[in-house]
Design a protein around this ligand. Structure first.
Ligand SMILES: *Cc1c(COP(=O)(O)O)cnc(C)c1O
Length: 396
């Protein structure tokens, strides 16, 4: 159990339940992915990708263009459709290489996936025009961009479909969104995933809040139900014959794997997650994330051996994490891990076969970008500790 007198603060790597996501203190109206069009709320971003590809009619023999720097979770949905991922190049600054993308569109290409890394929008209008000219569909991967706008439109409004990942932005244990500003989603009917799932999501979201010292009052009230949950789970385990493995109560995506379990594809997101999505204050979350990002940027950009991936934070961007390019990423990664700093290596490792010949920039980005939390629930003392720890980790 985590003591509150712990010498170094335990920094939550992702948003957890606290007031920061909800207080509606005069925050400006900021668009989210859900403003881009009608939505289906599912249990993960990868499930939303799978549904989008199915809606597009992607099947065996088809090709789907995927950026060479990617989350490994973007590929299993393509394989689930029986299609082949074809990787296109990025430029050194993580923007897409439109010429390379165009060159890779062939007769078998059905869809193009574009990822707005870290919440920074790609130039989707040019890709839109290319897709229209070549008769292929565009899927905007907004897994890093649940909140934000691009050229006056909500993020995700340009593609045929767009997907989001709730866990990356909100204190939610599971969730993904499929949105379309162009096509009806009426063919998609989602089933409830069951009472066990509903309970697990609610408990896990609350439990996370307790571990990081948030929700102290609610903690006392929920101590008993949480113990009860553990007891029930142990009882269920004991009663089940060893030969029959229990069906998973929640998708593996919630436990940070990259697989796609087809059993979750037509399941609706939990009541808890859907309710939280309705209650969140995107303007407040965006303002807090931008302020934390700016703090990290100001403190880290002068340190030796690192550079920010993005020179500026444009208006309308709500960042997922703070990405830093490190000269010696292995050493920095080791040192920050030893110090207890939460660190993400997005797109590391790459899908098998994606190497320097496919895209040298992607290999470089995969290897050199380390990311640090800037989410809305970070506290001032956690942020300054994180900055201090990074400074120490970078000293010779
Ligand atoms: C996380 C992620 C996904 C998948 O989202 P999940 O909710 O984890 O399934 C898709 N694309 C990118 C770029 C991601 O980082």
């Amino acid at each position: 159990m985590v003591s509150t007198r712990h010498a170094r603060p335990l920094v939550p790597p992702a948003p957890i339940l606290s007031a920061a996501s909800f207080r509606r203190a005069a925050a400006a109206r900021v668009p989210t992915l859900l403003d881009a069009g009608p939505a289906r709320l599912v249990t993960s971003g990868r499930v939303a990708i799978a549904l989008a590809l199915r809606e597009m009619g992607v099947g065996p023999g088809h090709e789907v263009l995927v950026p060479a720097w990617h989350s490994p979770s973007m590929i299993p949905p393509v394989l689930w459709r029986g299609a082949t991922p074809v990787f296109y190049r990025l430029r050194a600054d993580a923007t897409l290489d439109l010429d390379d993308l165009a060159a890779r569109i062939g007769p078998a290409t059905r869809a193009v996936m574009v990822t707005h890394y870290f919440g920074f929008p790609q130039a989707v209008e040019a890709v839109r025009a290319l897709c229209d000219a070549r008769g292929v569909q565009l899927l905007e991967d907004c897994a890093h961009a649940f909140i934000g706008s691009y050229r006056g439109k909500p993020i995700g409004a340009t593609g045929d479909y767009a997907i989001g990942s709730s866990m990356k932005f909100f204190p939610i244990y599971e969730g993904g969104a499929l949105v379309s500003s162009r096509h009806s989603l009426d063919r998609i009917t989602l089933q409830p995933a069951g009472a066990g799932f509903e309970a697990k999501v609610a408990f896990n979201s609350l439990e996370n809040g307790f571990v990081y010292g948030r929700l102290p009052a609610a903690r006392a009230a929920l101590w008993l139900p949480l113990r009860l949950k553990d007891t029930l789970r142990d009882m269920a385990k004991r009663r089940r014959p060893a030969a029959a493995p229990a069906p998973a109560l929640a998708p593996a995506s919630s436990d940070s794997s990259f697989d796609l379990d087809p059993a979750w594809i037509d399941k609706r997101s939990s009541w808890f997650s859907r309710t939280l999505l309705r209650l969140i204050a995107p303007g407040r979350i965006a303002a807090l994330r931008r302020a934390n990002y700016a703090r990290l940027d100001a403190a880290l950009r002068g340190l030796p051996g690192v550079r920010p991936l993005y020179p500026v934070l444009p208006d309308g961007v709500c960042p997922w994490v703070y990405p830093l390019l490190a000269d010696d990423p292995e050493r920095l990664y080791r040192r920050v891990q030893e110090a207890g700093v939460p660190v993400t290596r997005f797109g590391h490792p790459l899908w098998e076969g994606v190497d320097e010949d496919v895209c040298a920039n992607s290999v470089r980005l995969s290897r050199h970008v380390l990311s640090f939390p800037c989410h809305q629930e970070l506290r001032e003392e956690e942020l300054s500790w994180l900055i201090d720890a990074l400074g120490k980790a970078l000293q010779a």
